[in-house]
Design a protein around this ligand. Structure first.
Ligand code: 13P
Length: 291
């Protein structure tokens, strides 16, 4: 069933777990995520990022996302990930998204707060949930990610979220979800990730009721640190790279074994979907934190 993010986050807070939030720019990723969530009987969030337009336009993927969400046996929110331009977000409203991340984290703090506050006032009466970001999420993706170049990863602490600033931001804006930076990166890690779990605890202690904490860059953070982040108060985890890169080695083997004979694309697509479903299930089981 199609629901708002706020509704899902209420359940997450009540049962102390994090909902998985997965980008679904292809039919295979979309079906893999829905099957995994139904298999686990857990709510889920389907993301479409503004910078995924070059993979698939929102007008094409939105009806599929909302249709799968409506027919799902579990609560599903349909969410814009890293939305940055206002006309694009208005299009998302028209297309039935139930949740929107308005990412103004590249602007000075005051401007980020002002823009998000106005956006919340605009879309809350429509029943749409809002996520914002404070601090910055560094990128380590080939080419560029979320419209930004690869970040300097030599010192991640410079991107970290300040707990007092986060609390003030949440109170002033009334956002439903707030992405915070404490050591995760978008894409793969260079070396072992080291999350500042104590920072999450401090942010969580200051957060007003009704604002949930979000961790982006869920791929590759490892079971122990991810669990610790959820225990410390993270209630939504964005996850994509590990899911989207999982099928390639399996498909490569299938093509290699065919020894030059034709391989039907339908078979590869089905196999990719199965591999991604397993990967999503594995991740969600960690996020559920023995719910
Ligand atoms: P990963 O691709 O690193 O899992 O991050 C996804 C994400 O945070 C999307 O917003």
């Amino acid at each position: 069933m199609l629901v708002s993010l706020k509704e899902i986050l209420k359940d997450c807070e009540c049962h102390k777990y994090a909902v998985g939030s997965f980008n679904t720019p292809t039919l295979e990723t979309l079906r893999a995520v829905i099957h995994a969530a139904e298999g686990l009987g857990a709510p889920v969030v389907l993301n479409h990022a503004e910078n995924e337009e070059e993979v698939i336009p929102i007008e094409v993927i939105a009806p599929l996302m909302t249709e799968y969400a409506k027919n799902a046996k579990v609560p599903v929110a349909v969410h814009i990930d890293h939305g940055e331009t206002f006309p694009y977000l208005m299009k998302a409203v028209r297309l039935g998204f139930t949740s929107i991340m308005y990412d103004c984290s590249n602007l000075p703090h005051g401007q980020n707060m002002e823009k998000v506050k106005r956006f919340v006032e605009l879309v809350h009466p429509l029943g749409i949930s809002v996520e914002a970001e404070i601090g910055a999420m560094p990128n380590n993706m080939a080419g560029c990610a979320n419209g930004h170049e690869k970040s300097d990863l030599s010192n991640l602490e410079k991107y970290f979220t300040d707990p007092e600033e986060a609390a003030d931001f949440a109170k002033q804006t009334g956002v439903d979800a707030l992405a915070v930076s404490f050591g995760t990166v978008h894409g793969s890690y260079e070396g072992e990730p080291k999350l500042d779990i104590e920072r999450v605890e401090r942010i969580k202690a200051l957060m007003p009721e009704g604002t949930a904490l979000v961790m982006h860059g869920g791929s590759g953070t490892g079971k122990e640190q991810t669990r610790a982040a959820v225990t410390a108060g993270i209630r939504k985890i964005n996850y994509f790279t590990a899911m989207d890169t999982a099928p390639a080695p399996v498909l490569f083997e299938v093509i290699k074994r065919a020894g030059g004979e034709p391989v039907h694309y339908g078979r590869l697509a089905r196999l990719a979907m199965e591999v991604m479903e397993e990967k999503v299930k594995e991740a969600m089981e960690i996020f559920l934190n023995s719910r």
